[in-house]
Design a protein around this ligand. Structure first.
Ligand SMILES: [Zn+2]
Length: 349
């Protein structure tokens, strides 16, 4: 299954080639104009029938959050830094793959001979153990600047629920591949961008959008669900509402986040399209975070954008959970949007 292959591939921001190769192979029979741009984003055209004169960019980012090797201790432990956003509390004791050779390792806290400390350690004070017994030994296995990813399996938890890493945003990549693999052309031209470096500042999509010159764009994302009760949740703290979105609640539409505000008419069109086709959907309840739409909508003279996300629990951790029912609903919505978009819905009233 493609989602499994994409989820288990390593692709920390700036080093997305393994993911790019999988996608290239999956889409090449179904598209033209395959291109890898100067930053590494993979773009392609699925030519439309010409019935509707729109160039629609569909974006999904290939990169995942992870780490980068920043140094070596004399005892062979590895220093590292975050690539993308992390909560340090989830890191201790986790299995990782280190460097180009995917050397097995585990994240330690500060060695015990520095004393016990109940406080959460910042990443700069954490170390990774790859079983090397000296600095030279570690340096022969791993190089400075190489990436580190979580060592996670993809597991079916039930008929519809799966667990794996990097669903943010490999689920978007998988959806976009499915859109491109459709036999019949869409009325519009679909400009696909499998973008790099989203997690470090929406960088790849910006460059890709400047080159593709779309009339309208849809960012396909894996977003936080946060729909499980937390024992320590403060019911009076409304800054992060619970839930942000619900797993099995259908695709998530964004009206506003920290990077972007959806054009009301375009958002209303997306909601209407879902309702007309009986597709459950939800509106994202948190206003934080950002997506590639945050960069794309301000390229050139501006691009109207939508964000369509899959609700995923525990993103930016070694294992997230999503629903394949949501997947089918999200795919159906994106295809219906492509069949229904018109120049009118991207015009402001
Ligand atoms: Zn993302």
């Amino acid at each position: 299954m493609l989602l499994q292959e994409l989820s288990t591939a390593s692709g920390v921001s700036g080093d997305e080639s393994a993911v790019r190769q999988i996608i290239h192979q999956a889409i090449s029979p179904h598209v033209t104009d395959l291109h890898v741009d100067s930053m590494g984003s993979l773009t392609a055209l699925k030519k439309g029938t010409g019935a509707v004169p729109l160039r629609v960019m569909l974006d999904a980012h290939m990169d995942e959050v992870g780490f980068v090797v920043t140094g070596f201790e004399n005892d062979g432990l590895i220093r590292f830094a975050a690539v993308g956003g992390f909560d340090e509390r989830i890191l201790l004791g986790k299995r990782v793959k280190v460097g180009k050779k995917a050397h097995a390792g585990v994240i330690l806290s500060t060695p015990i001979h520095f004393g016990r400390d109940a406080a959460v350690k910042p990443i700069k004070d954490l170390r990774i153990d790859i079983g090397a017994n000296s600095k030279a030994n570690a340096e022969s296995a791993v190089a400075l600047g190489e990436r580190i990813v979580f060592d996670s399996e993809y597991v079916a938890l039930s008929e519809t629920m799966v667990r794996g890493k990097a669903f943010d945003d490999r689920v978007g990549c998988s959806l976009l591949v499915d859109v491109l693999q459709s036999e019949a052309p869409y009325p519009v031209d679909v400009l696909a961008s499998f973008s790099v470096q989203e997690e470090v500042g929406l960088r790849g999509a910006k460059v890709a959008a400047n080159r593709l010159k779309p009339d309208v764009a849809i960012a396909l994302e894996g977003t936080t669900a946060h729909d499980v009760p937390l024992a320590d949740a403060d019911p009076d703290d409304l800054t992060v509402p619970t839930p942000v979105a619900r797993v099995d609640g259908g695709p998530v539409l964004t009206f506003m986040d920290a990077s972007f505000i959806a054009p009301p008419k375009l958002l209303a069109f997306a909601r209407r399209t879902a309702e007309q086709h009986g597709i459950p959907y939800q509106l994202k309840q948190a206003l934080g975070g950002g997506t590639d739409a945050g960069a794309i909508h301000m390229t050139r003279s501006g691009v109207p954008c939508l964000v369509v996300s899959m609700p995923c629990r525990y993103i930016h951790s070694p294992q997230a959970i999503l629903s394949l029912t949501d997947y089918q609903h999200t795919l159906a919505l994106v295809k219906h949007l492509l069949h229904s978009l018109t120049p009118d819905v991207i015009r402001h009233d």
